[in-house]
Design a protein around this ligand. Sequence first.
Ligand code: AMO
Length: 430
Amino acid sequence: MYTNLKRTLAKECIKKVGETIKVQGWAKRVRHLGNISFLVIRERTGEIQCVLEGELAGFNLETESVIEAIGKVVSTKQTSLGVELLTNSVKVINKNSLLPFEVNKKEINTGLENLLNHRVLSLRHEKVASIFKILSTLEEAFREYLTNLGFTRIFTPKIVSQGAEGGANVFKLNYLGKEAFLAQSPQFYKQMMVASGLERVFEIGSVYRAEEHNSSRHLNEYISLDVEIGFIDGFEELMELETEIIKYMFEKVKEKNKNELNLLGIEVPTITEIPKLTIHEAREIIKTRYNKKMPDGDLNAEGEKLIAKYIKDTLGSEFVFITKYPKENRPMYTMPSENGLTKSFDLLFKGLEITSGGERIHEYEMLIESIREKGLNEECFLNYLNTFKYGVPPHGGFAIGLERLTARLLGLKNVREASAFPRDIHRLTP
Ligand code: AMO
């Protein structure tokens, strides 16, 4: 009799009072109270309570089984939807077997490794799923903001002949008998696309870093939100643009993810202006205030936390730009400035670097010199270098680590929590 009924989603039930509908989802919980039982079905738009009476009250099943119920929608004050289903029939579409941990309690009571080992199941928990709904909004807002400004979205190769960022953390692979690498960053290609005449480009894509250490901040594969712009007036312009992008991303999360933010108990910071310190100033503050020695020309993880605390205490900001790193601490493509420094910056959010960026060298001879100064072989960069023979405008850009941004915003202790299927020093599955 009901076989032709289309599925109704939980969020639509309120409009169907008095009608017979079909709902489908996962069985979250069944409570038996004598000759009446309450079955809660969870799906992507919410939860619907099904009232089972008479013979149906004895209905039993494993929670998390896939289930379908048909019945009449009635108003009630007992559920957050304001309705429940007086159930006529209920059937198990696909049975669940034993769960490795409970996903329907307020908190998941298991460690991160177990949670990642059983990722599909842990994502059934509302709080865990909320992380990825918010991450999705951040990505969408980034794309939307730049598209509205006339940027072109680009897609560049992830199999490359040369690492762009230098250092040892590059994955080698066998490319049909030739040595190749997984891209550490779309750096060279985004610059080449600016030079092509597109001028303003962005890319959202996976990048790969062979990180050998086990840390709460590093993934071996992460999503890089990359921006590159031609005809800039100076590297300050890049920080202004990034501030506006992050403001927009946060506003969108506030607007679209009220439920998720509520569940996670997160208040999204309101950004006005982001303070700036040179790396020299930041190091001085850490030395005089906290008596800590930092690595040359840089901050370590402890330094990033201390400077974030200082900025929060003195200026009330969760963000700070650290600028003008020495040449030795930045890649060969970075535009130098006075006294051996560079036109570069990092952005810290709640004590963690979420962005690097800066102005790039756009003159061929200067770039060759910079490559040589780093002790690198220009022969390895021929294709990239050739671009600079054809008239490249002053340009610059930056990259935001999407998982790091999400993890900081949501107060997650480990960046792996913001990656659905993280790749880390030990993990290649699921
Ligand atoms: P950088 O190497 O600093 O710069 O990376 C930019 C941002 O990417 C994120 N990130 C990571 N996230 C998770 N796990 C990792 N192992 C990891 N490594 C980096 C961080 C970091 O700030 N080409 C330049 C960017 C540019 O100048 O445009 C680059 O890739 O959030």
